[in-house]
Write a new protein. Structure first.
Length: 329
């Protein structure tokens, strides 16, 4: 099989809908990253998604709907907290975890009795979901452990030989995955950070916790290797150009081909390929995964330089830590 890449429009949405109806999988754009969609009611179809991604089967998928009025298709216990957060942040890059409804296939939630619900902000994504007339279970459309895809081409690179259709909506605006929030208790608990921060949620609900690696309530997915380029990677938090140059020089002397990713001030650093991630936290999020995919083709090590602190950039820091499998120095 070789995937067709079709611009997302009425006609390609119709083609996608026909595949979903038969229990097949279709990659589609969202504002965060591309998703690999399948009917959340079709257990067999869902198993195919795990196979295509090489995803561990204890890691549940998020269910996507087109409108808040469709939540009853996914849960019969929509909490006041979940409603408040969706009413405030959706359509947008947030996923609320609530009790799983009976019709959702057990494969979607990997046996858990809870389910994640998301309403993407991208209009064409919602048009596609609406056309299928079912809630769509969709993980990010990458091979497990790889950076998530933010272009149709990146989806093709990873899984183009395993699926029939990729709906192309251009580059994703947000660039990292949604904030996942457990909404089954009194206080929201962030299970996976994203563009919507703890502070954003606190402003709406008054309180918000963040699950830690040691807490019992957490997202199964967080224990696996994630978002990693195929080459080595080092991450630094600094605005000190001299420090970056010293680090790069050491690596070059040791025989590495260095790809530097960071803001414009680093653009004339010697002996490196440079990829500009823009200036703001939002820019960095938007271009980050694509930079990893470009960088791994150009060099033996990616050096990622973050010029801002973790404050208001938790989602990005979380992805960068995972990508390099260690600390940001
Ligand atoms: O932005 C996004 O969320 C993208 C787009 C395609 O919507 N999707 C995405 O899906 O990132 P995926 O499968 O790559 O990541 C889903 C995350 C995993 O960490 C998973 O463990 C967690 O959400 N998750 C899903 N259902 C859950 C549940 N019932 N309880 C706890 N965590 C859950
Ligand atoms: Mg993923």
């Amino acid at each position: 099989m070789i995937a067709k890449i079709e611009k997302i429009n009425q006609e390609s949405i119709h083609n996608g809908k026909e595949i979903i109806e038969k229990g097949g999988v279709v990659a589609f754009p969202t504002e965060t990253v591309y998703g690999l969609g399948v009917s959340a009611y079709n257990g067999k179809g869902v198993s195919q998604v795990f196979e295509v991604k090489g995803r561990p089967n204890d890691n549940p998928l998020i269910v996507h709907i087109a409108d808040i009025s469709d939540v009853s298709l996914v849960t019969s216990n929509f909490t006041n907290l979940a409603r408040t957060l969706l009413e405030h942040f959706a359509p947008g890059p947030i996923t609320v975890v609530v009790d799983k409804g009976d019709k959702i296939a057990d494969e979607v939630t990997a046996g858990l009795d809870s389910v994640g619900i998301r309403i993407p902000e991208l209009q064409s994504a919602r048009d596609f979901i609406k056309a299928t007339k079912v809630p769509l279970a969709a993980p990010s459309a990458n091979t497990s452990t790889r950076p998530s895809p933010t272009t149709a081409q990146a989806v093709f690179e990873d899984i183009g030989s395993k699926i029939p259709l990729i709906l192309d909506g251009g580059a994703c605006e947000v660039g990292i995955e949604s904030t996942v929030v457990d909404c089954r208790f009194e206080t929201p608990i962030i299970l996976r950070s994203g563009k919507i921060t703890r502070e954003d949620i606190e402003k709406v609900w008054g309180s918000c916790d963040v699950a830690t690696n040691t807490s019992t309530v957490r997202s199964p997915g967080v224990k696996y290797k994630h978002y990693s380029p195929s080459c080595k990677m080092l991450a630094m938090n600094t605005s000190n150009k001299v420090l970056v140059e010293t680090t790069v020089n050491k690596l070059v002397k040791a025989g590495e081909t260095v790809v530097l990713i960071g803001n414009e001030t680093l653009k004339d650093t010697s002996f490196v390929e440079f990829i500009n991630l823009g200036t703001t936290v939002d820019d960095f999020m938007k271009y980050y995964y694509e930079a990893l995919r470009t960088g791994e083709k150009l060099g033996s090590i990616i050096v990622c330089v973050l010029p801002f602190t973790e404050n208001h950039a938790e989602g990005l820091y979380n992805r960068v830590r995972k990508s390099c499998g260690g600390d940001i120095v």
